[in-house]
Write a protein that binds this ligand. Structure first.
Ligand code: FES
Length: 128
């Protein structure tokens, strides 16, 4: 089951998994809300609309390994953690202020949807 939270509202969203490893989000709703936090099988994925397109990322900040980037501020293609100001590129995931990197997920768009591909993180022996 997939659910959506938005740090600025409690609106629900139309999300439907196309498979166990994909998240689909309505493009019109995402553009309206500018960001969506999606919970999928215990994993959080933050979708953000940027000037360069839609970015999907793990909202866990590598500084203290806490989910905080869903409350982060964006400026162009960067996101700033609200806790201590570490700043990350939304193009590469690499830290601009601080160290480490955030995890970015591939996003494809259709006319109506943003589709996030989640990696299969099961042990290799379980993937077949
Ligand atoms: S937890 Fe993100 S900068 Fe400290």
């Amino acid at each position: 089951m997939h659910s959506v939270n938005d740090s600025t509202s409690n609106n629900s969203s139309r999300l439907a998994p196309s498979s166990e490893r994909c998240i689909r989000a309505s493009l019109s709703e995402l553009r309206h809300r500018q960001r969506m936090l999606v919970e999928c099988d215990g994993k959080s994925v933050l979708l953000i609309v940027t000037s360069a397109g839609i970015v999907a990322l793990d909202p866990t900040c590598p500084h203290q390994h806490v989910r905080s980037l869903d409350r982060g501020t964006t400026d162009g293609d960067t996101i700033v953690c609200p806790n201590h100001g570490w700043t990350f590129s939304l193009r590469t995931g690499k830290a601009i202020v601080g160290s480490g990197c955030i995890r970015l997920y591939p996003v494809h768009t259709t006319d109506a949807e943003a589709i996030v591909e989640l990696p299969d993180e099961r042990p290799r022996w379980m993937q077949y």
